[in-house]
Design a protein around this ligand. Structure first.
Ligand code: F6P
Length: 356
């Protein structure tokens, strides 16, 4: 059995741990197996650039951050667009899949990667997807790998910001990754003890946020910490499309809501206010112990699906049970924070402001 692996989209901790589990399972359980790795996501498959991965190449990867294959963002929309030679990227990928004599392709990626995987599947390629992203926004799975590690990183950062905010009696906004979905901000905000958490799914009212700041100091706290998703939206901007909101921000020279929001809060409350952007540290480093176990479970199960000849699926965890969904059911669908969800009620129930 000849098997291909690729990692696509934004990276995260755990990619190597998942590939390790896939490789170790396959070499242990499938006779005469051969594995190749495509460099830099779908670009490797488009160009037919891959390298052999022996069993020993999968050893020692459990702790390794990043992806040993490299990754790349190749937007789904570009896949059916002919390149200069008049051939679409999709056709090139299918041709290379056949030319290399692959029996199966593992794609480790986010929502966009899954859409392309479903396209390959519809063209007759045997694809098994694995749900990767720090955003945890892939439909059909309770969690994605990389998410819990990013929660640990962001939560610790929020706790660290609290001590310096206490020293100065400041309000500090901490920008957390997550454009479409606020899962990472919600989990890290709760775990980090934030006083307010602003999510893309719940457009926030600036007066409510300022009221939270004032009440925090009135309650005797030395600081106020606000976890802000990079995709958070002020209610006044909610009617606009993302491009229109970006246009307004570019006018002010910002890419996200946080910097301007810090200025407004400082002006309206009179408290010294600062902002800090966590950025790519949320995607770096070794996976957490939780993610190492989760990645091992996902990769091993994916290897088993290949051994059983079950393709056109993507691995998932539902209620702590490792399972799978049809790629066609997942492709292009996002799992967003439900404003009426129990975890949101839990946060608001203890007094965390969600900006509403
Ligand atoms: O999709 C994961 C993610 O980290 C998002 O949270 C973030 O907005 C985006 O990727 C950043 O994309 P890039 O790595 O291309 O800058």
């Amino acid at each position: 059995m000849k098997i291909g692996i690729l990692t696509s989209g934004g990276d995260c901790a755990g990619l190597n741990a998942v590939m390790r589990a896939i490789g170790l399972y396959i070499y242990r359980n499938i006779k005469n197996a051969e594995i190749v790795g495509f460099q830099n996501g779908y670009v490797g498959l488009i160009k037919g650039e891959c390298k052999p991965l022996r069993k020993e190449d999968f050893e020692g990867l459990l702790d390794a951050g990043g992806t040993m294959l490299g990754t790349n963002r190749t937007p789904f929309k570009q896949m059916t667009v002919p390149e200069e030679d008049g051939i679409t990227r999709l056709d090139k990928m299918c041709a290379n899949y056949k030319k290399l004599g692959l029996d199966c392709l593992f794609t480790l990626g986010g929502a966009g990667t899954h859409r392309t995987a479903a396209l390959l599947c519809a063209e007759g390629c045997n694809v098994i997807g694995l749900p990767k992203t720090i955003d945890n926004d892939i439909y059909g799975t309770d969690f994605t790998f990389g998410f819990h590690t990013a929660v640990d990183v962001a939560a610790e950062a929020i706790e660290r910001v609290r001590t310096t905010a206490d020293s100065h009696g400041r309000t500090i906004l901490v920008e957390v990754m997550g454009n479409k979905a606020g899962w990472l901000t919600l989990y890290a905000g709760i775990a980090g003890g934030a006083d307010a958490i602003l999510l893309p799914e719940i457009p926030f009212n600036i007066d409510k946020v300022c009221e939270c700041v004032r009440n925090t100091y009135r309650a005797g706290k030395r600081s106020c910490i606000i976890a802000v998703a990079e995709g958070a939206i002020v209610d006044a901007e909610a009617p606009y499309k993302k491009k229109e909101r970006a246009f307004v921000r570019v006018d002010r020279g910002e890419t996200t809501v946080t910097a301007h929001l810090a200025e407004v809060i400082g002006e309206q409350t009179g408290f010294e206010t600062r902002s800090t952007v966590l950025g790519y540290i949320q995607r770096g480093g070794s996976p957490s112990a939780y993610d190492k176990v989760f990645c091992t479970r996902l990769g091993s199960y994916a290897g088993r699906l290949a051994a059983e000849g079950r393709f056109g699926v993507t691995v998932a965890v539902c209620g702590n049970k490792i399972t799978f969904n049809a790629l066609a059911d997942i492709a292009g669908r996002y799992k967003l924070v439900d404003p009426a969800a129990e975890i949101v009620a839990a946060a608001e129930g203890i007094g965390i402001c969600l900006g509403r």
